[in-house]
Structures are given as C-alpha cells and as structure tokens.
Design a binder for this molecule. Structure first.
Ligand SMILES: CC(C)NC(=O)[C@H](Cc1c[nH]c2ccccc12)NC(=O)[C@H](CCCC/N=C(/NCCC(=O)O)S[C@H]1O[C@H](COP(=O)(O)OP(=O)(O)OC[C@H]2O[C@@H](n3cnc4c(N)ncnc43)[C@H](O)[C@@H]2O)[C@@H](O)[C@H]1O)NC(=O)OCc1ccccc1
Length: 224
C-alpha cells in the first residue's frame, strides 16, 4: 500500500519538543512575525538566530518516542511504500529510523547561505558563529521555511499524494497552509484519509476516519 504520512508538532510533543499553539507553545514566548518571517530576520537577526539556536541545542536532550518508532517500523514492512512529510524541523523521525522523510518546512540541523545559496549540515549555534563554509560570507541563516516563503519539495509531495492509497495526518492542528490542504488533495486523488491527533484538528471533518489520543499510543496501535 502507498502511504503518505503528514506529521506536525504533536508527534514530537511526548518527546518534550514544545508544540506551537498549546498554552506553553513555542509561539507563546515569541510573536510569529518576529521570529518566523524574513521580515523579522531582517529586523532583528540576532533574536531570530537565538530562537533557532535554542531549539537546535534542545535537540540534544530529546529522544524519538513510540510514535516516531512505529512509523519507522511501518516503513520496513515490505507490503508498504511509506513517505513521511513533516512540518517539523526536528530530526526525531530520522533518529527513530525513518529513511524517506521530507522536511517541507526545513531543518534545525541545516544552515543556508543567503550569498552563495549553499546548504550545510549544522549542529552548532549560528549566532556569533563562523562565516559560510562555501563563500566565507557572514550570511548564514537557519534553513527553515518562514511564513511567506515557499515550502520545500511541493512537487515531490504532490506526486506522492497523487499515487497514495492512504493519507494519514498525525499531530497537526491543520492551521498552516499548504500542509493543511493536503487532505483535500489526497481525497481528490482518491486516497482514503485518516487523522491521528490528540483532538480534532481544524480539518478533522475532511477525514474518512479519526482516532483521537496521544500519538505515542494511537500511532503504534494503528501500525500494529
Ligand atoms: C497561519 C496561517 C493561516 N498562515 C499560513 O498558512 C501561511 C499563509 C498562507 C498560505 N496559504 C494560505 C491559505 C489560507 C490562509 C493562509 C495561507 N502559509 C505560509 O506562509 C507558507 C509557509 C508556512 C510555513 C511556515 N513555517 C513553519 N514552520 C517553520 C518555522 C519553525 O518551525 O519555526 S509553520 C509551523 O507552524 C505549524 C504548526 O502547526 P502544527 O505542527 O500543527 O502544530 P500546532 O501546535 O499548531 O498543533 C499541534 C497539534 O498536535 C496535537 N497534539 C498535541 N500533543 C499531541 C500528542 N501528544 N499526540 C498527538 N497530537 C498532539 C494538538 O492537538 C494540535 O492539533 C507547522 O506547519 C510548523 O511547521 N508559505 C506560503 O504559503 O508561501 C506562499 C508562497 C507562494 C509562492 C511563492 C512564495 C511563497
């Protein structure tokens, strides 16, 4: 079976990675437009670098949870062809063993040079860090898709949705586009659709089936 799995912050919540819209959510401490927009970066690059440096450093103290591991197991099933499309910028899917993962909103462990357009694996702070390994310019920014910027690999994602038998959405509020529109596209392409989330998301009624509860419980139960 061809399965496309969309994940959001909710799948990493039980690993200790804050979600965005929960009361203690990431955005709580920051105005989205200040830390996740090109304009915010132009206005105060230090504040934005610090925001992402803190999140990158936090990766060292979190681990994949049973939901991440269950998806990695599912990918091993010879009967299935699984693509994980994640809105998350953490590396927990890969650390759990998933191999076909698309980070449509970028990755904390990657830096992008605004001068030479180079991208570099990065696990250190960018603030006060060295110049670009490619061109030496001090124009490195987090390799993250900010609001108003085009998400990555939309063609590959659309191709996968076209060929999918099943579209599964895990741990996302369905508040941010174009990711929130994937269920509509998947349905239009004839795929069955399933929501696994703590509570109904904004697009919950679009799904053929919904199972609500913590991802660390409902995802392994669904995979088994
Ligand atoms: C706010 C929203 C209305 N705005 C948008 O959608 C905008 C504008 C827009 C575009 N099209 C539209 C159509 C209509 C309206 C608006 C728009 N979209 C964009 O700007 C996108 C780019 C959006 C990407 C922004 N970057 C992020 N992330 C990286 C940064 C960072 O991480 O710092 S978005 C970020 O927020 C979103 C957060 O959502 P979730 O992951 O779902 O997290 P949330 O906290 O909201 O919810 C958690 C869920 O989990 C559940 N949960 C909690 N615990 C658990 C648990 N334990 N188990 C299970 N579930 C759990 C909760 O119940 C909840 O449902 C994610 O996408 C995340 O990646 N770009 C673009 O459209 O470009 C155009 C373009 C076109 C051509 C040329 C150039 C440009």
């Amino acid at each position: 079976m061809k399965i496309v799995v969309l994940t959001g912050a909710g799948i990493s919540a039980e690993s200790g990675v804050p979600t965005f819209r929960a009361s203690d959510g990431l955005w709580e401490g920051h105005r989205v437009e200040d830390v996740a927009t090109p304009e915010g970066f132009a206005r105060d690059p230090e504040a934005v670098q610090r925001f992402y440096d803190d999140r990158r450093a936090h990766l060292a103290v979190v681990e994949p949870n049973p939901a991440h591991r269950a998806l990695a197991e599912l990918e091993q099933h010879e009967r299935h062809d699984v693509l994980v499309v994640t809105q998350n910028v953490d590396d927990l899917h890969e650390r759990a063993g998933s191999r076909s993962v698309v980070h449509m909103h970028g990755e904390l462990l990657s830096a992008w040079c605004g001068a030479c357009d180079g991208r570099f694996r990065w696990d250190a702070p960018l603030l006060g860090g060295p110049g670009c390994p490619g061109c030496g310019e001090r124009t490195l920014r987090p390799d993250i898709v900010w609001f108003g910027e085009l998400p990555y690999e939309l063609d590959r994602i659309d191709d996968a949705l076209r060929g999918a038998d099943l579209f599964v959405s895990i741990g996302t509020s369905g508040a941010v586009y174009p990711a929130a529109g994937f269920v509509t596209a998947a349905r239009a392409y004839g795929a069955r659709t399933l929501e696994l989330n703590l509570e109904p998301s904004q697009g919950s009624l679009m799904f053929d089936e919904r199972r609500h509860g913590p991802a660390g419980t409902v995802v392994p139960a669904w995979v088994r």
